[in-house]
Design a binder for this molecule. Structure first.
Ligand code: SF4
Length: 79
């Protein structure tokens, strides 16, 4: 599975929560003023998280990137 790094730009995120609606296991709203990236166990990795993603997960992340009204989500893949 390819490795994907997902990043949130905390100054751009307005907590519109579009990403949370698409992939609630990865994007979560906590105590911060921006969305946080969480792993499968629910542990927060803050604004940058690298993990091995399935094709389905990659698809959902791409959808979340496209859905963000302020383009606050970045993603890079490496195989
Ligand atoms: S969709 Fe964008 S603005 Fe909304 S919570 Fe996610 S990262 Fe933040």
């Amino acid at each position: 599975m390819p490795k994907v790094t997902v990043q949130i730009d905390p100054s751009a995120c307005i907590l519109a929560a579009n990403c949370v609606g698409i992939e609630p296991k990865l994007f979560q709203i906590g105590q911060e003023s921006h969305v946080e990236l969480t792993d499968a166990s629910g542990v927060s990795h803050g604004t940058e998280y690298t993990f091995e993603a399935s094709d389905k997960e990659l698809e959902m992340i791409e959808e979340a990137v496209d859905s963000c009204p302020t383009r606050a989500i970045g993603m890079q893949t490496a195989s």
